[in-house]
Ligand binder design. Structure first.
Ligand SMILES: Cc1cc2nc3c(=O)[nH]c(=O)nc-3n(C[C@H](O)[C@H](O)[C@H](O)COP(=O)(O)OP(=O)(O)OC[C@H]3O[C@@H](n4cnc5c(N)ncnc54)[C@H](O)[C@@H]3O)c2cc1C
Length: 211
């Protein structure tokens, strides 16, 4: 019957899932509550946000995977607009940068063909000078975020090559197995991530919407 076929399919799926987890664990896999792939601005900011929100308290269990052996900043200056400063302020890092970089009051754009120059003035913000436009050194921004994280939370030279979702079985909860180029295997506990799914943070991260 359809019911018994479904039952057999489910048993096979569970057996396959258990085997995958067993293989991952036999390889000496690491466990993490939350794995973030990429130690760029978004990855580091997410790690700081999750840590501040109390996900995996004390930063335990949050892992950021970065493929390069160090934080890398391509390009030089990065213009951070008011929305960026609001985000950095919420993460508790804005003050480290605003004290080092001046507000951009205006910019001049010259048309090389005609030689005419236009001046753009950037209005001040009534709320605070802290959120006014500034150009910052990209590396300084990455460092300001990374300094909020405990040593070891960013795992360098860790290029992700595959992610497999392991469905829940009767004996174990849902998991995600991440494989790295160096052969390391990381098992992320999706049980905690599933809790996250019901939180405001997850909603904001997934949808970019604030309410
Ligand atoms: C020339 C240029 C100028 C720009 N100027 C501005 C500006 O003035 N203001 C502004 O707001 N934005 C600017 N941007 C956009 C801004 O740089 C990006 O929006 C921002 O860097 C995106 O951050 P991210 O963390 O998502 O990605 P990235 O900064 O690209 O970081 C991704 C990280 O993931 C790592 N990674 C990738 N694949 C893997 C893997 N498989 N395993 C492990 N790690 C991996 C990478 O090594 C990298 O460190 C500019 C972009 C460019 C190209």
């Amino acid at each position: 019957t359809n019911k018994s076929i479904t039952g057999i399919a489910r048993l096979l799926q569970e057996a396959k899932a258990s085997q995958s987890i067993a293989r991952a664990m036999a390889d000496g896999s690491l466990d993490a509550e939350v794995v973030i792939v990429g130690g760029g601005i978004a990855g580091l900011a997410t790690a700081v946000a999750l840590q501040r929100a109390g996900v995996a308290p004390g930063g335990r269990g949050i892992l950021v995977l970065e493929r390069h052996p160090e934080l890398r900043a391509t390009g030089t200056a990065m213009t951070v607009f008011p929305n960026g400063w609001f985000a950095l302020r919420a993460l508790g890092v804005a003050h480290k940068l605003t004290s080092r970089y001046d507000v951009i009051e205006k910019s001049r754009v010259t048309n090389l063909e005609t030689g005419t120059t236009q001046v753009f003035r950037f209005a001040g913000n009534k709320v605070s000078d802290e959120v006014r436009m500034r150009a910052v050194d990209r590396k300084a921004l990455l460092d300001a975020l990374a300094d909020e994280l405990p040593p070891g939370m960013v795992r360098f030279s860790s290029k992700l090559v595959s992610i497999d979702a392991i469905p829940a079985t009767s004996g174990s909860s849902e998991a995600t197995v991440l494989r790295l180029e160096d052969g390391a295997v990381i098992r992320a506990k999706v049980s905690t991530a599933s809790n996250l799914i019901h939180t405001h943070i997850y909603y904001v991260l997934r949808t970019g919407m604030h309410d």
